[in-house]
Design a protein around this ligand. Structure first.
Ligand code: NDP
Length: 250
């Protein structure tokens, strides 16, 4: 596999302990970056660090991304450890339960919005000032095809991911002349642990919508994110990159 050149770059991958975040971290390390995994499960982080250290330098921060003070502390600690932060992948997310909108309790709704949207705000708020000092950065947000299409039985998730797309477009414009590019990807369904939270009827629905007729792969997401983190990506910002086996039509 040809690797992109990320030598000398230091990146944060939220939710990097497993799933898509683990694959992204692998790909960034293979391309020469140093990576700090941010996740809330210390045990899972330790396992991931042990596996990934064979490829390259890996740090970790145990942090609940829905706590803005904890996020600010993790950003300061990562800057202290790495010296600079060039790459940020806002990947952590939860699916939440599948139900009709009016059946959700406010707590169920807020949990999904806090993790999938507000945490992206908290992390960008803590890391963008560091990137501004450097006049350099690549930020990639993991949204979802749900944010473009609106999946039934997942209104909280669809709304939060649509908001991540909007956040990406706004922040991309705000930073367009600062050497900091902000983009997002919108994957269709990929087989990871997140699907343990998802009802089988909903997985069947999401798969049925994909013209290629298969799940996406974590490595396919990682390849797209690695490119968006690289200097080869230089004229795209505030943009949405589809990864949906043909589902996305706009
Ligand atoms: P996983 O559940 O496999 O991994 C997500 C990681 O994020 C887990 O380690 C999880 O920890 C962590 N995390 C969740 N909430 C927090 C929090 N508050 N603080 C710190 N860490 C947290 O999910 P995926 O790899 O599948 O998903 C990655 C991203 O891709 C998500 O944003 C998801 O919405 C998006 N996506 C996924 C698709 C899919 O079909 N898989 C399709 C489209 C988008 P823990 O295990 O403790 O919850």
């Amino acid at each position: 596999m040809n690797q992109l050149d990320l030598k000398g770059k230091h990146g944060i991958v939220t939710g990097g302990a497993r799933g898509i975040g683990f694959a992204i971290s692998t790909r960034l390390l293979q391309s020469g970056a140093h990576v700090c995994l941010w996740d809330r499960d210390a045990e899972a982080l330790k396992d991931a660090q042990e596996k990934l250290s064979a490829i390259g330098p890996v740090a970790t921060q145990t942090v609940d991304l829905t706590d803005p003070e904890a996020v600010a502390a993790a950003a300061a600690a990562t800057k202290q450890e790495f010296g600079s932060i060039e790459l940020l992948v806002n990947n952590a997310g939860i699916a939440g339960a599948n139900a009709k909108l009016w059946e959700y309790t406010p707590d169920q709704w807020l949990a999904v919005v806090n993790t999938n949207l507000n945490a992206v705000f908290y992390v960008c708020r803590a890391v963008v000032p560091i990137m501004l000092e450097q006049h350099y950065g690549r930020i990639v947000n993991i949204a979802s095809i749900a944010g473009k299409e609106g999946n039934p039985a997942a209104s909280h998730y669809s709304a939060a991911k649509a908001a991540v797309i909007g956040l990406t477009k706004s922040l991309g414009k705000e930073l367009a002349k600062e050497g900091i590019l902000v983009n997002c990807i919108t994957p269709a369904v990929i087989q990871t642990d997140i699907l343990k939270q998802v009802a089988q009827f909903h997985i069947d629905y999401m798969l049925s919508k994909i013209p290629m007729g298969r799940f996406g792969k974590v490595d396919e997401a990682a390849a797209m994110v690695a490119w968006l983190c690289s200097d080869d990506c230089s004229f795209s910002t505030g943009s949405v990159f589809d990864l949906s086996g043909g589902r996305a039509t706009y």
